[in-house]
Design a protein around this ligand. Structure first.
Ligand code: ZN
Length: 237
């Protein structure tokens, strides 16, 4: 991308926050019948189909196999560097566009609902951000995805019961995946009653190493839920 194109993108991104008339993926003007993402980009979304009966879930499942018990491991899209999914996720996280998460969540939640996941989960719990990071960003991108998913699946999202107490990024501490010792120092249960005996759907934006989700699941298990499942917008590799 040359300098002028970059400037144009920055201006459009800024405009999209106030008046989202441009596709956040390819920055082309949206037609009247297009909803948030242009038709071209929408059909190009690389869906994993991990919720379908004949799904090949290996890429997602192998991150957690033998380590934690999950009822369902779901991922909406494949994450590839340089793809439109990378663009969307980057803007969701760093360009003040939580609506990207909400829209993708709603589309995925609707697909899941139609595929028989209507009564599978009781509540949605987003991977929490540290309060300081959330204040800085203005929102939690996983919660934005969870909001749309909750709407599509017609179940509530619970955000107060499970919090993050450590500021540091777990993605840089892959070795924790093996040790998982001081898990309680990173995440904490604030309201166990809201989680107990529930089928929890834990949601995050993207699963790479799986370390963050792994630690969340270990923490959530302490509240004795009936089951824990995972849903992410995208899965890497
Ligand atoms: Zn587009």
């Amino acid at each position: 991308m040359n300098f002028l194109a970059k400037i144009k993108e920055i201006i459009i991104d800024f405009g999209a926050v106030v008046y989202p008339d441009y596709c956040p993926s390819c920055i082309s003007y949206l037609e009247k019948n297009e909803d948030f993402i242009c038709t071209k980009c929408k059909v190009k979304l690389p869906k994993t189909g991990s919720h379908l009966p004949d799904a090949d879930n290996k890429a997602i499942i192998q991150r957690f196999e033998g380590r934690i018990k999950l009822a369902h491991t779901l991922s909406y899209l494949y994450f590839k560097k340089g793809s439109n999914v990378q663009t969307l996720l980057h803007k969701l996280k760093y360009a003040s566009q939580p609506l990207i998460g909400e829209k993708l969540g709603l589309w995925y939640g609707t697909e899941l609902y139609e595929q028989g996941f209507k009564d599978v989960f009781d509540i949605i719990v987003p991977v929490p951000l540290h309060a300081l990071r959330q204040k800085k960003r203005g929102y939690n991108q996983s919660e934005a995805f969870g909001k749309g998913l909750a709407q599509g699946l017609d179940i509530p999202q619970i955000t107060h019961a499970f919090v993050r107490t450590q500021y540091t990024d777990t993605q840089t501490k892959k070795q924790r995946m093996e040790r998982a010792d001081n898990v309680e120092n990173i995440f904490q249960i604030e309201d166990a009653n809201a989680l107990k005996n529930k089928h929890i759907l834990l949601v995050d934006d993207v699963v790479t190493t799986g370390a963050t989700l792994f630690e969340c699941v270990l923490s959530l298990e302490k509240a004795q839920p009936k089951s824990i499942s995972i849903a992410t917008i995208a899965v890497a590799g």
